[in-house]
Design a protein around this ligand. Structure first.
Ligand code: PLP
Length: 411
């Protein structure tokens, strides 16, 4: 197996659960297009229908509300573009999109594209130092500008610092003014309580590979009274909102993971938050200058993702620490982008009011279903020496000799 000894990057992607692997493998061995009318097609269609019911149930939605997509990125694109185009068609004056700076690039780059190509305007919603939405400020914005607002979007949980947002209050506020709300629940679904029906959202994005399902399939929950203008045209699948032959095998794997993660969510949340609190206490004891980013959820009240640890390690380039830890057999993440070899500050930390230097000195450790206490102990053993070595290397802005390879994407 090529996986590092200690894998603490489950927010980037996590192992498939045995149930998901068995389900997808069984289906890949059979043929049939779910749209075909013959026996093989109807059999594949039943697999998709069963998967749809299981995933919708896990998400607190009606099966007809689930639109299958290729993943979280596509779901965010479809929700934001589809909602925006529909709203502007109905009211050309409503062009403002409410968005916060802490969003994933799948949301930020989509709304920026709508500004550059479709005449949208962005209204930035403020967050506090923990990255939590300032609902009072949003209420004031909505009361003042509601005729011009096309939609609002608020991620359910942040992929870098793990902050869980007041999504239901946000969607309820917008609903009072007839404004549709979307949430990117890619990190939250399966980790914290996310019930689509109760949320008042118009649309919610989820992704299989973050919960133990396969990469390459996701979902967008779209309320039954909401229609989206499609991004992709073709055979009219998925309520005419997302054309393309359905992937029955991947849907079966997604469903198996969704069912498993929902059945075990509460117990797993207690287990992971226990590991998280142990790790936080120990890291702050071993490295007193380290700063925890995001809410401190000691009692596991649901303000932070149970498996998320995110620290600023002062005067230490995040990428350098990542590479030293990797050499010591520990997979972690900075969560922030690296452009043309130059480490970039995390846009999330900048939005939370940190300066550019400390927003580059960050490290994220995310735990998942196969993380054990031994994994955390291995991190605790390696971290002080790794920090010491990475800090000696200095910050890239000070010493231009440090070059790092990066993708430019935030995961
Ligand atoms: N939104 C959030 C919050 C994420 O963490 C990710 C994962 O990278 C995505 C969207 C994109 O999801 P996917 O990898 O399924 O396209």
């Amino acid at each position: 197996m090529n996986t590092p000894a200690v894998y603490l990057d489950h927010a980037a992607t996590t192992d498939m659960t045995p149930e998901a692997l068995a389900a997808i493998t069984a289906q890949f061995a059979t043929t049939g297009n779910p749209s075909s009318l013959h026996t093989a097609g109807r059999r594949a269609n039943r697999v998709v229908d069963d998967a749809r019911i299981a995933i919708a149930t896990a998400a607190g939605a009606h099966p007809s509300e689930l639109i299958f997509t290729s993943g979280g990125t596509e779901s965010d694109n479809l929700a934001l573009k589809g909602l925006y185009w529909n709203r502007v068609k109905a009211n050309p004056e409503a062009r403002v999109i409410l968005v916060a700076g802490i969003e994933h690039h799948a949301v930020l780059d989509t709304v920026t594209w709508l500004v550059e190509h479709e005449g949208a305007e962005l209204c930035w919603m403020p967050v506090d130092a923990d990255g939590v939405l300032d609902l009072d400020a949003v209420r004031a914005l909505v009361q003042q500008h509601h005729e011009h607002i096309a939609l609002g979007t608020l991620m359910w949980a942040n992929n870098e610092v793990g902050t869980v947002q007041p999504v239901t209050q946000f969607a309820t506020l917008l609903a009072e003014f007839g404004i549709p709300a979307h949430s990117d629940a890619v990190q939250a679904f399966g980790a914290v309580h996310t019930n689509f029906a109760d949320s008042k959202l118009a649309a919610m994005s989820i992704s299989a590979h973050k919960i133990g399902g396969p990469v390459g399939i996701g979902g967008l929950l779209v309320r039954r009274d909401v229609t989206l203008m499609p991004v992709q045209h073709g055979g009219g699948h998925e309520r005419k909102m997302r054309s393309g032959t359905l992937n029955a095998a991947a849907a079966a794997g997604f469903a198996a993971a969704a069912t498993h993660v929902t059945a075990h969510r509460e117990r797993e949340s207690q287990r992971l938050s226990g590991l998280r609190e142990y790790a936080i206490q120990e890291i702050l004891r071993l490295i007193p200058e380290a700063v925890l980013n995001g809410p401190r959820d000691v009692e596991n009240q649901g303000t932070r993702l149970p498996g998320n640890l995110h620290f600023t390690f002062p005067e230490c380039e995040g990428d350098s620490l990542l590479f030293v830890l990797d050499m010591l057999g520990i997979a972690s993440s900075t969560g922030s982008a690296c452009t043309a070899g130059v480490p970039q500050p995390s846009h999330v930390l900048l939005s939370m009011g940190r300066d550019a230097r400390s927003a580059r000195s960050v490290q994220r450790f995310t735990m998942g279903h196969r993380t054990t206490r031994e994994d955390v102990d291995a991190l605790l053993e390696a971290l002080p020496q790794a920090y010491e070595r990475a800090r000696k290397a200095g910050m890239a802005a000070d010493e231009s000799s440090i070059h790092t390879a990066g993708t430019g994407f935030t995961r």
